[in-house]
Design a protein around this ligand. Structure first.
Ligand code: PEP
Ligand code: MG
Length: 754
């Protein structure tokens, strides 16, 4: 290396000695800057460390005025040092003072230096500080020198990250490794959780930075690359990776990087400078990450994931760690952080210790979100880059109500959230006291409160909430969390367990509602322009009867000796229901013929969630044993507004005249035939909406467990007689907009907690 004494290898060896010396943090840093300055034949070497307030503070210098240490500061973006911090890019200048960003700090005495080379001190894509060398002459720094300084910066990054420099920070000027920030994602599961980060796939912490023997490090790197390449080839060849689809695309890209000559060459060059193989991978990856994180191109950012994956695989091989080792060591108050995660993986963790879940991917209707909601774990998704920006043990708060994540929160923010969590817990405690109170309105009208469920983990909620039974068991969840199609006997085992755990409380099973947005990974996806209006639910069941028949048989067998209630989703015509009913009849006959024990009774119901059925309630009520209103789908179809598209899903109010009229005509029509009706969509779980629904005649609701308490608290105070009069007047009033304000006023006037 031109200009440097002995090159980076010598420097790294000397640094290794300094790191091992039993001296104070300031002494060590002072020695490091002297070493670097001597090695790089520079008159000045300075270390600036980023503080939590975003300013950069001079922590050590060789060559500048030492009095300025811990006094000179600059904000991010200010001067050359600030520019490097902001851009996370090295900057080499032969005449620093002519650069437009140059800012002169008189206390440092740096006016006599012309040449300037600064590099960011990076860790996990975060800028922790800036390392600078300066020369009096107008010299030009070469590529190798820039590289050498970047490698040295890694050593300082480790010192900062280890907390060693924290002792040097003046009060109120903490180092930014503890920097708090917050990020917005999307709501996956409601609730507030405070705890400490556990990485689902823990990053390898590279402790050995400096190689003892460069040749053997090169060999280790080559071996590790071979192992990873073979691993990926094997994964790709394995039968269970579909021939198309996302998983395969990701692996193909990862394989591309594993064979990418440029990327591997850069790592090899870093090893040649004297780093261990793992430190070289970390160094190149940190650099790439910082560069990509500053890009806005979503394609590039997506590629970062793939690169992280390959770097992570390499690191695991090099350090000999197992991937995904955290499961057994889950601490109390864990907040699980992952780039992406499957629902089965979440179920592997100990629910009792999980306080939250934060993902870089995952939408509100993703399977992981469904499972998080079932487990009652506050969860936020689509939090960009989060898995790279936190470390195991960092304090974190998940606000699943609004989709916020607080990372290393300052004490006041933490206190505010702790209060919020306490309030929620207190409210839950109050609801718990209502558990045994009969669900009857103030004027004596019984209202049945049931639960929506779909997994075995939902069952304990029956006792938790005091709900009377399960009004909607979404059987597709078992299919969604499985890696392959559950067999008939696997289905039977689950249904039997559900009935056993319900201990005689009624359970309504809904047959498979797949298609639309509910895709099974192991089933060939059908490309559809409008999946919500496409080949889904009962339509698949009737066209491919094998699947539905197997499920019906499993249900009938599982319910031997119990009452069985089954309902069919997305029925649009009476004829569809009759065909489904006939299938049940055939299965019953089959079981009878072969001497199987039978359910004590079989009731067959229909979900009313397609508007066409609203206009034939009379006909369907004659054939069905019960109806269940799927208001989530019914309202999306009624208003032609995708329930999962935030831009449109909130523009139409279920408390508006057309929605309430449609819902009322269902309950009225069913009543005239003595056909029981339940409402199992989300609206029934919101107290004001539930109040309005009681007002138009609904007497049974199925809802998420967290809604039972609030709805019950409302109805215990409700006078249905007064409400009915009010709603009838409102519906007849010619009002064209939402009735929400008027209904809220009614609730307020009657002291109803909504
Ligand atoms: C509904 O549509 O209201 C319903 C309860 O079913 P799902 O949300 O599963 O579509
Ligand atoms: Mg539905």
């Amino acid at each position: 290396m031109r200009g440097a004494l002995g090159g980076p290898r010598v420097l790294l060896r000397r640094l290794r000695e300094v790191m091992a010396e039993p001296v104070s943090a300031q002494d060590r840093l002072d020695r490091i800057v002297v070493l670097i300055a001597a090695n790089m034949v520079a008159e000045v070497c300075s270390v600036y460390v980023m503080r939590t307030d975003g300013t950069l503070e001079l922590y050590a210098t060789e060559g500048l005025n030492r009095e300025a240490v811990h006094l000179t500061t600059m904000s991010s973006g200010e001067g050359l040092v600030g520019l490097i911090a902001r851009e996370a890019e090295p900057l080499a200048l032969s005449d620093a003072q002519s650069h437009p960003a140059f800012s002169y700090k008189p206390e440092t005495g740096e006016e006599i230096y012309h040449a300037f080379l600064g590099v960011p001190i990076l860790r996990a894509g975060n800028t922790l500080g800036v390392l600078v060398v300066q020369n009096k002459t107008h010299r030009v720094y070469h590529e190798e020198e820039i590289e050498a300084l970047q490698i040295t910066a890694m050593v300082i990054a480790e010192m900062i990250a280890s907390g060693e420099l924290q002792a040097l920070a003046r009060p109120g000027a903490d180092i930014a490794i503890r920097r708090s920030f917050h990020q917005r994602g999307v709501v996956l599961s409601d609730g507030v959780g405070l705890g400490y980060v556990v990485l689902h796939e823990p990053r390898v912490v590279v402790k050995d930075l400096i190689a003892e023997n460069v040749e053997s490090e090169v060999k280790r790197l080559e071996d590790a690359i071979t192992v990873v390449r073979t691993e990926i080839d094997r994964l790709l060849e394995r039968g269970d990776v579909a021939h198309h689809g996302e998983h395969r695309d990701v692996l193909e890209t990862v394989r591309m990087f594993a064979n990418d000559k440029g990327w591997i060459r850069r790592i090899r060059e870093a090893v040649m400078t004297g780093l261990t193989a793992e430190a070289a991978v970390e160094r190149i990856q940190s650099d790439t990450r910082a560069k990509i994180l500053r890009q806005t191109d979503p394609y590039l950012r997506e590629r970062l994931h793939d690169l992280e994956d390959i770097a992570d695989r390499l690191l695991h091989v090099l350090v000999g760690a197992r991937r995904g080792a955290a499961r057994e060591e889950l601490p109390e108050n864990a907040i699980l952080v992952a780039r992406s995660m499957g629902p089965a993986a979440l179920l592997d963790y100990d629910r009792g210790r999980l306080r939250g879940l934060v993902l870089e991917e995952g939408g509100p209707s993703s399977h992981i979100a469904i499972v998080a909601r079932a487990l009652g774990i506050p969860a936020v998704g689509r939090v960009e880059g989060v898995a790279s920006l936190v470390e195991t043990g960092d304090a974190m708060i998940v606000d699943g109500g609004v989709g916020d994540v607080q990372i290393r929160p300052p004490p006041d923010v933490e206190a505010a959230y702790a209060e919020k969590a306490r309030l929620r817990a207190r409210r839950q405690e109050q609801y718990r006291t209502l558990r045994e109170v009969p669900s009857v309105t103030r004027d004596g009208v019984p209202i049945q409160l049931l639960l929506n469920a779909g997994l075995l983990v939902d069952l304990p909620n029956l006792a938790e909430t005091g709900a009377e039974g399960i009004g909607l068991f979404r059987t597709e969840l078992q299919f969604m969390v499985s890696e392959r199609l559950p067999t008939g006997s696997e289905q039977q085992v689950l249904y039997r367990q559900v009935l056993a755990e319900a201990q005689g409380a009624p359970v309504t099973f809904r047959t498979l509602d797949i298609g639309g947005d509910k895709i099974l990974p192991y089933m060939q996806a059908v490309e559809e322009e409008n999946p919500a209006l496409g080949w889904r639910a009962i339509r698949i069941g009737l066209d491919r009867p094998g699947l539905l028949r197997a499920q019906l048989r499993a249900l009938l067998k599982a319910a031997a000796g119990h009452q069985l209630k089954v309902m069919f989703p997305m029925v649009a015509t009476v004829e569809e229901f009759l065909r489904a009913k006939a299938m049940v009849g055939r299965e019953q006959a089959y079981l009878r013929k072969y001497g199987h024990a039978e359910p004590t009774s079989v009731s067959l119901g229909v979900m009313v969630e397609v508007p066409s059925l609203v206009f034939q309630i009379d006909q369907i009520a004659r054939h069905a044993d019960f109806l269940s209103v799927g208001s989530n789908d019914l309202l999306q179809f009624l208003f032609a507004a995708d329930r999962d598209n935030r831009q449109v899903s909130d523009r139409f109010d279920p408390l508006s005249v057309p929605a309430l009229r449609a819902l009322k005509s269902i309950v009225d029509g069913a009543a005239s035939h003595g056909c029981p009706v339940t409402l199992c969509g989300e609206v029934g779980g919101r107290p004001l909406e539930a109040m309005a629904l009681i007002g138009i005649g609904y007497r049974a609701f199925s809802m998420t467990p967290a809604s039972v308490g609030p709805v019950k608290a409302m109805l215990l105070a409700l006078d249905t007689g007064a409400l009915r009069g009010e709603i009838e007047a409102l519906l007849a009033s010619g009002e064209t907009g939402s009735l929400r304000p008027a209904l809220a006023a009614f609730a307020a006037a009657h002291g109803l907690p909504v």
